[in-house]
Each structure stands twice: as C-alpha cells, then as structure tokens.
Design a protein around this ligand. Structure first.
Ligand SMILES: [Zn+2]
Length: 97
C-alpha cells in the first residue's frame, strides 16, 4: 500500500497512482533512474563512435579528396606521435648517460 504524494489516494501493488497516474513505486523510481543512467552511458558511447577525430571522420568521407586529407592528417598525427616517442626515448637515453 503506497499513498500517492500528489492526490493522497492509497494504491495497492501499483507503480502508478490509479487516480492521477503519478509514479508512486520507489522500486520503479530506482529502476527508472538506473535505466536513465544506462541510457546516458549508451548515448555517450554512441556519441564517441559517431564523433571520432577529424582525421577519422575525413577518412570515411564520400569525397576522395576529403579522404586523402583525412589520411594525411592521420599520417601526420601518427608520425608526430612516433617522433614524440622517439624524442622521449632519446631524452631518456641522454639522461641515463
Ligand atoms: Zn494520485
């Protein structure tokens, strides 16, 4: 038996008030909250998949010119990260003597 906070009617074994349709079940409230959080996480994951880096997006562009630019950007960022790793390694070697 749950008393509806909106209209004060007592409901038995109901998730929603039979009089005004207000959500009265605490279990259901928690369930909905968990579902909302899960949905949020799913939306975020989808957002990440649908919005990758500029290079990733350009690589999938229908226009070949844009795809080329995407690959160039991708190569540049790959080269930069390799150079960065190389530099870090060189600095570490120098520091180690
Ligand atoms: Zn009610």
């Amino acid at each position: 038996m749950i008393k509806c906070p909106t209209c004060g009617i007592f409901n038995t074994n109901r998730d929603y008030c039979e009089n005004c349709n207000t959500l009265i079940s605490n279990d259901k409230k928690i369930e909905l909250k968990i579902a909302a959080i899960k949905q949020e996480q799913i939306d975020e994951a989808i957002h990440h998949i649908e919005n990758p880096g500029v290079a990733e997006r350009l690589k999938k562009h229908p226009n070949a010119l844009y795809r080329t630019v995407g690959w160039i950007l991708y190569s540049v960022s790959a080269v930069v990260s390799i150079i960065g790793a190389g530099l870090a390694w060189a600095i570490a070697m120098v520091a180690a003597g």
